[in-house]
Design a protein around this ligand. Structure first.
Ligand SMILES: Nc1nc2c(ncn2[C@@H]2O[C@H](COP(=O)(O)OP(=O)(O)OP(=O)(O)O)[C@@H](O)[C@H]2O)c(=O)[nH]1
Ligand SMILES: Nc1ncnc2c1ncn2[C@H]1C[C@H](O)[C@@H](COP(=O)(O)OP(=O)(O)O)O1
Length: 251
């Protein structure tokens, strides 16, 4: 487990993906803080599953992709660097994302957390090893055709990162975010050309990361085409490590 540290946790401005309704915070008094990661290809449902875990178990959810997208318009050095990669559906260099994520994790030393989209390469996994010992890695295995279909039907609310799908979880009113009423958009990298490149890159980079966590006995893989069918197993796994703050049934 990562040790807690002095200074307390400050909520980050950017990386926290706000769930559909406010999560119930888990007091950070437990001596063991949960360190979990969700791995999976683009569109596998990492964000959807993480949002549910965050709400049910009171964990902080940090999404590297959401973090990068939000930093694009900020005028900062990292955002400018990241933009050229994101536009082409490519991974940003390890040193860029690692620096950003490490800074965010440092702010959350005294909270349970769950990472979505990080680490994605062996280099990133090793950097994470340098600051903590992971307890749990969840891997989502979803067929390629399903991923393509989902990404083409995905709509997002850029400011919050809330994700919709026209079949699976449509917004109450077409084209607008449920909470703010602001317009939804399609991500540039959900275009078919970018999707294929993203899936290829993911596969190459993720293989050694999975092997590393498998060899440590902390990798838990879930296969299927529907998040709702995978979810009860994920919930049971998490429940064996941390007490839920909301029941499983409540979506
Ligand atoms: N039809 C269907 N859509 C789903 C299911 N689970 C998630 N989705 C939708 O599929 C899309 C991708 O899900 P995300 O949770 O954004 O997946 P992700 O792995 O975080 O994707 P990246 O951000 O690209 O890494 C979204 O539009 C979800 O609403 C499912 O079981 N069925
Ligand atoms: N850990 C990481 N290392 C390098 N690039 C990353 C990264 N996490 C996110 N990115 C970059 C490249 C991704 O294509 C983009 C969007 O990330 P994402 O929202 O997790 O979507 P996806 O899984 O669909 O690629 O951000």
């Amino acid at each position: 487990m990562c040790p807690g540290g002095a200074g307390g946790a400050r909520p980050g401005r950017l990386t926290r993906v706000p769930p559909r309704s406010a999560p119930v915070p888990v007091p950070a008094m437990a001596s063991k803080l949960l360190r979990a990661v969700v791995l999976g290809p683009p569109g596998s449902g990492k964000g959807t599953v993480c949002e549910r875990i965050a709400r049910r178990f009171g964990l902080q959810h940090l999404s590297s992709g959401q973090f990068l997208r939000e930093s694009l318009g900020g005028g900062g050095e990292a955002g400018a660097l990241a933009q050229q990669y994101l536009e082409r559906g490519l991974l940003v260099p390890d040193h860029v994302i690692t620096r950003l994520m490490m800074a965010e994790l440092e702010k959350r030393r005294e909270q349970h957390w769950l990472l979505d989209g990080f680490p994605r390469t062996l280099g990133q996994a090793k950097a994470l090893d340098g600051i903590c010992q992971l307890d749990l890695v969840i891997s989502l295995n979803i067929p390629f055709e399903t991923l393509k279909d989902r990404l083409s039907a995905r709509w997002v609310h850029p400011a919050s990162g809330r994700v919709y799908n026209m079949d699976f979880n449509p917004p109450h009113t077409q084209g607008v975010d449920d909470l703010t009423g602001e317009p939804l958009v399609q991500r540039e990298d959900d275009r078919p050309e970018a999707v294929a490149a993203r899936l290829r890159k993911y596969k190459d980079a993720a293989k050694p990361v999975m092997e590393l966590y498998k060899s440590r006995g902390i990798l838990h893989s879930f296969s299927g085409t529907e998040t709702n069918k995978i979810w009860p197993y994920v919930y049971t796994l998490l429940s064996s490590r941390i007490p839920p703050v909301l029941p499983e049934e409540e979506h």
